[in-house]
Design a protein around this ligand. Sequence first.
Ligand SMILES: [Zn+2]
Length: 554
Amino acid sequence: MSYLVLARKWRPQTFDEVAGQRHVTQTLQNAIEMGRLAHALIFSGVRGVGKTSVARILARAINCADGPARNPCNKCAPCLEITQGRSADVQEIDAASNRGIDEIRLLRENCRFRPSLCRCRVYIIDEAHMLTKEAFNALLKTLEEPPDHVYFILATTEPQKIPVTIHSRCQHHAFRRLSAAGLAEHLDKIVHAEALGLDRNITTLLARQAGGSVRDALSLLDQVVAFGAASLKDACEALGVISSQVLCGMAKAVMEGDIHAVLAIIDEVQGYGVDLRHFASDLALYFRDLLVLKGVGPARAGGLVALDEEDLKDLGQVLSGVSRHALLQMLDALVKGLDGIAKTSTPRMSLEIILMRLCHMREVVGIDEVLKRLGEMSHAEGAFSDGQVSSTGCSKCQEPAASASAGPEAAASEVIFSDGTYASPDKSWGNFCRFVAKKRPSLASMLECCIGTDIRVDSGRCAIRLTCSPGMHYDLLRERDNQACLGGFAEEFYGVPVDLVAELSKEASADVCLSSGKKSSQDRDDLMQSPLVKEAMKVFDARVADVKIFSRGK
Ligand SMILES: [Zn+2]
């Protein structure tokens, strides 16, 4: 007895059996029911997603003795004739081998005759984009005024190659690739019905390898069954691919920064005889899934990722130790590296280099995380505001004058109220700084260069003059966007229009120089002992590489 391959055995026979193309089948079924089916249709999509199957089902549905019906009965004479390919009225033309004008002319001649057994003539032109220009022109004439009893279905993997003139006379149905999760589910049904006894891990692997094509997935399933695969490892061996367990192991090794494990896994993979280029692209897909998982959480990731339950369990803990930013960087580096691996003659070395680089990326911290930590630092700073240390640190050390008493809190004492409007302490400069810190931490950190503030309110306008110490913060604060943004926050906070000016303090506007000698080394020691510096070293897990002390020029 001859064996019927699964892809043919499980070819859908009704619209309801077609997997993953509901947007097409439902439209066609409704059109049949309402008698509004277009006479020329284009079915586009990658191979093995059901274009020809749907075309045949459609041919039967409109010709069925019980029809036209939403689904063919598959039992009546027309249905059986069409299924067995014996019908003179329903013809399949392979445009890849019959692409000339003669075939299309013959087709046009035949169109004029009434169908014999069926209700309608249906022409299914497979790989329609392969037709010659002349053939398309000949077809165009028929498509312009198709006889009532004729339907054309142009199936193609490359719809963009079909001339616009043809396109505009056809109704276009785009078939989709199946998602890995959807395909795995479809395979599970077949595995169950055929009593093949393969578990979900294997069907997930097949779905991942099939790239959205049902036919490819079923061919792979045949291959695995013929191999007699019972475990995931067997299945991988049968297909010459890497299991998700190995991918999971590699992802874990990378995220834990375990270079030894990374190199061992590459060795193992090469031992399987697997192409490292394929492995690298599988790994990139895997990291993509991890990023999705990290982004939406395991509860909502189902359907978006092709990870099996085992993986999900394993990965939860590892993922919690890596930031989304680091994961994004890893995926980015991996995808960029794929090209290089594909071209090089030493893919193993390239892959090793990329993965070792990835091992270091787990420590990469996103800018939002840095700002958050900065925020924590400024809290710590608040706790130490005993006058010993401030955000304006070193310039203050050298200038004990009251006017330069620094830090947002200290500067508040200098606020001058001209009309008493803001006498309440909740409108203090310190509170304003905190207000800004909540809205935009980066801007608040720029305010640290302020060593004096002068706030005046006159006839409904507020004038804020900031006296600043020189440095990076001041330069940033002077940028137009930042000034505008700060002005906006000030208006929001004080509730009146605000004119905001930031300028260097008179003493500070002289040249800035690096001080030296005994005094500065004393300052250096003081600084190293300051709680703020200690806190900064703790928060950023850092050490002090260099101390520069700026002093006023005079
Ligand atoms: Zn029928």
